[in-house]
Each structure stands twice: as C-alpha cells, then as structure tokens.
Design a protein around this ligand. Structure first.
Ligand SMILES: CN[C@](CCCC[B-](O)(O)O)(CCN1CCCCC1)C(=O)O
Ligand SMILES: [Mn+2]
Ligand SMILES: [Mn+2]
Length: 305
C-alpha cells in the first residue's frame, strides 16, 4: 500500500478545545512507523493550516462558517494532490467537518465514490435543520447531490460542488440521529446500519451487505470516514460527543479489515479524537491507540499476525 498522511487539526466545527491535537497525538503514537513496519510506503504531507478567519460571525445558526469553509478548501486541494500522486489518503482529525474537504478533494480526482460513514451520528444536518449550528454535525449535507437545493450558500462554502449520490452512501453505527436528519435519511433512502442492525445481523453480515450495496451497480473507490465516537465510550472515551452503546473494539477493527480486503479503499478519515475529553491519561491512550489500530486495519494488519 502507498499511503499519504494529511493532518487536519480542525476544531471550529464544534465547541470543544483539544480536538485540534488529534493529528499530532496519532502521529506520536507511532502510526507512520507501524504502517511502514507492515509494509506500507508512507509519505507525510504535514498539517493543513486552518487559521481563524477574523469576524467570523454565525450564518443563521451555523457557527464559524468562514473558518471551516476556508480550512476545508485547503484540505480539498491537499487531498486531491495525494490522490493525483496515486496514494491512499489518510486524513487525521480534527473534527468531522473536515469530511467536506476530504471527500470533495477525493471526488475531484477519483470521480464517483462509495462513502462508508462509521459514526454514532449521521452528520447530515443542513444549515436549516442543525440543532446546534456545529458544522461537524452537517458535513454530508454539503456533499450530496440530492440535497443541493436544500442547502443555502454559506460564506466561504461556495467552492463546494456536491459530489456524492445518496445511493452511494452507507452508514454504520448510528445511535444518536436528530429528527431532521432522520427525515433526510428516510426521504433519500440512504442505506444505514444502526447499532440495532449491528446487533441483529452481526458485523460480518453488516459488512457483506454494505459492500453489496456500494458495489451493486459498479465498482468504485471507497471513502471511509471513521468517527472515533462510533466505538463505545468505554473503549474511546476521549471524544467530544460520546454516546453509550457503541461498537466494540473488535467490531470497529473488523470494519476496517473488511474494507481493506475489497482492495478499493481510496481514502480514510479518522476524526474526533479529543485528548481534553479524556479524564485520565489511560482514557486518552485507549482512544488514540484504537484510532491507530483502526487505521492499521485499513492497510492490511490482520489480528492473526
Ligand atoms: C446528532 N447531531 C448533533 C451532534 C453531531 C456530532 C458530530 B460528530 O462528528 O461527532 O458525529 C447534535 C447532538 N445533540 C446533542 C444533545 C442535544 C441535541 C443535539 C449536532 O450537533 O448536529
Ligand atoms: Mn459522531
Ligand atoms: Mn461524525
């Protein structure tokens, strides 16, 4: 595997300090060395700059729009560069608003994508449905063709062209979905496996059905957007919006092993690690180590050795 690492220390998509330390914490835990040890060719593209845009007043209830929009425009260019260099792109977050730039940049080079969104949340609120105004709960709404007419043009977001079709999306791990999001998911008929389905079917069947759905029409590059809060807070407590009853460590890793086996993984985001949300050093380490292990699973690490 040829891998490009991009740090996206974004924190303005949500209110909590600390998530901007995610990229360097994951690097410090030895991600690049471990990827190299398992046979990957790894290039580090450094961190995308994401300085605050001055006087970044809310747009309606959308918070920090200009800062988030500008940072994602930079990220989109960097991800596109990594893809043009023929590498699988790994974006380290930072909050989940980074998926706007990551998926946009990915699609700008690879065209039609399959998006697997692993998360306790759907992150599909529009600027008009969001209950908090936090953009990390909205990224998908800016990217989906079928929602284009429903999303107002937010300052510094006009560069974004919708690039994902509703039928090319699969959610895994949902357990905290807002009313407006649920309506959108149902109205667009987006495929989703909530934690209830994970329990009913088992993770192996979920992954089999995920791949059947995404590859039903045609094989396409896969964008895996992995929110660490998909895993249970007992495994990954150091995150900003924890929700009880999450995926086990084993289910989380199985997802990445299965996606790796398709041979179609083209980009992966690992987001929402926030060391300031861990009450002890052990809680931070547990969260960071899980994030590293999930990424290693994407690139061929198998637990049988
Ligand atoms: C569920 N949607 C939330 C959370 C988004 C989490 C973003 B992610 O990147 O971590 O997935 C709202 C959460 N609720 C909090 C409790 C009160 C009602 C809203 C939002 O703010 O849109
Ligand atoms: Mn989440
Ligand atoms: Mn998320």
């Amino acid at each position: 595997h040829s891998v490009g690492i991009v740090g996206a220390p974004f924190n303005r998509g949500q209110p909590r300090d600390g998530v901007e330390s995610g990229p360097d914490l994951i690097r410090a835990a030895g991600l690049l060395q471990k990827l190299t040890q398992q046979g990957c060719a790894v290039k580090d593209y450094g961190n995308v700059t994401c300085d605050d845009v001055p006087a970044d007043e809310p747009f309606g209830c959308v918070k920090n729009p200009r800062t988030v929009g500008r940072a994602n425009e930079q990220l989109s260019h960097t991800v596109a560069t990594v893809k043009r260099e023929g590498k699988t792109c790994v974006v380290l977050g930072g909050d989940h608003s980074l998926a706007i730039g990551s998926i946009h940049g990915h699609a700008s080079v690879q065209g039609q994508l399959g998006v697997v969104w692993v998360d306790a949340h759907a992150d599909i609120n529009t600027p008009l449905t969001t209950p908090t105004g936090n953009i990390h709960g909205q990224p998908m709404s800016y990217l989906i063709h079928e929602l284009h007419s429903k999303v107002p043009v937010v300052p510094n977001f006009s560069w974004i062209k919708p690039c994902v079709s509703a039928r090319d999306i699969v959610y895994i791990g949902l357990r905290d979905v807002d009313l407006g999001e649920h309506y959108i998911l149902k109205h667009l008929g987006i495929k989703m496996f909530s934690i209830t389905e994970v329990d009913r079917l088992g993770i192996a069947k979920v992954m089999e059905e995920t791949c059947d759905h995404i590859f039903s029409q045609v094989q396409k590059p896969v964008h895996l957007s992995y929110d660490i809060d998909a895993l249970d807070p007992t495994v990954c407590p150091a995150t900003g919006t924890p929700v009880v009853g999450g995926l086990t460590y084993r289910e989380g890793v199985y997802i990445t092993e299965h996606i790796c086996q398709t041979g179609l993984l083209s980009a992966v985001d690992m987001v929402e690690v926030n060391p300031k949300c861990g009450r002890t050093d052990h809680e931070v380490k547990s969260t960071v180590n899980a994030a590293v292990d999930l990424i290693l699973g994407c690139f061929g690490r198998v637990r049988e050795g």
